[in-house]
Ligand binder design. Sequence first.
Ligand code: FAD
Length: 536
Amino acid sequence: ESVVYWMRMGDLRISDNRALSLASAHAKKNKLPLVSLFVLNPQDYKAHDRSARRIDFTLRNLASIKDSLAKLHIPLYTITHPKRREIPGQIITFLEQLNASAVYANIEYEVDELRRDIQICKAAKSKGFGAHFVHDKCVVEPGVVLTKENRTYAVYSPYQRAWIKKLNANIPHFLEDCQEPHPNPQSVYENKNIKDLFNSQVPQSIPGFELDPDDRKRMDLAWPAGEIAANEMLRRFLHTKSRTSQMVPSNPLADGAEDSPKHSRLTAYDADRDNADKDTTSRLSPYLAAGIISARACIRATMPSTKNAHVESGRWVQEIAWRDFYVCILAGYPRVSMGRPYQEKSADIVWEGPALDNAYTDGEQQINPKAELPLTTSESNIEKWKSGQTGYPIVDAGMRCVKETGYLHNRVRMICAMFLVKHLMIDWRVGEKYFMENLIDGDLASNNGGWQWVASTGVDACPYFRIFNPYNQSSKADPTGEFIRHFVPELARARGPELHNPPASVADKLKYPHPIVKHEESRDRAIRRFKNPGTA
Ligand code: FAD
C-alpha cells in the first residue's frame, strides 16, 4: 500500500503545501510510503496557451523539487502523456499499480481541470481509494467570502473589505503554515513497486515548448528556480530599497541590494508601485503563479511577529487579494475560463478583424476563429502591437518587454492591453492568448481578469468610456523615460515630452514609426462601439 501526492503546475513547492502536508501526515499515521506524481501533458499546454517560458520554469522547478524530495526518500515520478483525455486513466492505473489507499492534490479551479478531477473522484468511489482535493492556491479559498445573498462578489472593493475581515477573524485557519513532509523510511528503497520510481527523470524540455538557448539562459538568470529564490525575492521586496536602474528583472540571488527596512519597496509600494522605470514591485508573480511560494507565506511575511498580530490592509496585501478575487471569479463564473465575457452583453461588441468568441477548445481541436474574414489592416495592427511597432512609445516598450523578458509591470500591462482593445478595437481574447503564450507568470484567472478589466467586459471592469490616453499614461508610468529608452533604443536620444510623444520629424530622424492610429479618433470609435454593442 502507499499514499500519493499528485503535484500540479500551480503548487511547485515542498514548504507550506496543504495537499503534500496532509498526504505526508496520512502516510506517517498509517505507516505507508509516500510517493509524489507529476503529469506533463503537451496537449493541455497547447489548449491553455501555456508559454514555453512557463513550461521551462515548471521543469526547472520540478528538477529542484525532485532533489529536495529525494533527500526525504520521497520519489517524484513524472508521466509525460500526449493525450489529454487519457490522463485520468493514466493516473488511475498508476494508483492501482502502487496499491494507493489515498491520493491528495491541491484544487485547480479551471473547468477542464475540475472535470478531470471529477473522473478521479468517481474512480475513487468505485475502486475504494480515498481522493482528497484541498484548497491551497488562495489565502481565503473560493466560496468563503460571499455577498449577503450568498453569491460570489463581482465588485472588488466590498470583496476586499470582507476578505480582510474574514482573514483576521480566523488567522490560524487561513494563514496556518502547513507541516513540512516527513521523510519516508529508508526501507522505501527496498519496496519493489516504489524503487523504480526513483529513476523517473524530469525532462529537460517538452516537444513544442522548447526555449531557444539564449532565452533559456535569460529566464534562468532572471527567474532562478526553487523555493530559496522565491523566498529571497520576497525578503528583498520587504527589506530592500528599489534600485532605480533595475526595471528589467534581474537575478534576486545576486548581490547588490542593501537592507533598508524603513524605505523598503514594501513601505514605498503605495507611492511607487505604478512606476515602471525602477523595481518598485515584488516580481513574485512567476513564483506565485507556479506556487513556488504560497500566497499565505506572502501575507504572513507582512505581519508583525507580535502575538495576536492582524493583517493590515496595505496596498500590497490588497494586490494579493486581487489575485484571490480573480480565482473566486473563475470558480464562481466558470464561463470566463471558457473564453466568454463575464458581462454577456459585451459578447456583441463589434471587433476589427478576427473575433475569438467560442474559441474555447478542450484541446482535441484547434482554435477555430469565426468565419468572418480578418481585415488586413487589423491583422497588421495586431502584428505591430505584438512586435512593439505601434508608434506609441510606452506601448512599444511594454510589448518589447513582454517579448524579451516574459514579464511586464502591471501599469504597462494595462496600457498595452487597453491600447489593443480600445484603440485598435481588437478582441481582448487575442491579447489574452498572446500574453499567456509569452509571459512566464501566465495564469488564467489573473490574466483573464486583467484583460476583461481593461476590455470593460469583466467584473468590476473599467467603465467603457474611460480610455487611457497613452501619452499621459506614459509620462506617469515612466517619469524618467528609462523604461522606454531601454526597450525602444531608437528613442534613446529623444528628450522630455518628445520621448513619450515623438513629433513626426523626430520620429523620422530616429527611424521610429508614426502612430498606427490616432488617439482621439480611435477613442471615439471605441466609445461608440462599446455603448451600442452589435453596431460598428
Ligand atoms: P506586485 O505588485 O508585487 O503584487 C504582488 C502579487 O499580487 C503579484 O505577484 C500577483 O500575484 C498579485 N497581483 C498583483 N496585481 C494583480 C492584479 N491586478 N490581478 C491579480 N493579481 C495581482 N498576473 C499574473 O500573475 N499572471 C498573469 O497572467 C497576469 N496577466 C495580466 C494581464 C493583464 C492585462 C493585466 C492588466 C494584469 C495581469 N496580471 C497578471 C496582474 C499583474 O499585472 C501582475 O500580477 C503583476 O504585474 C506582477 O508583478 P509583481 O509580482 O511585481 O506584482
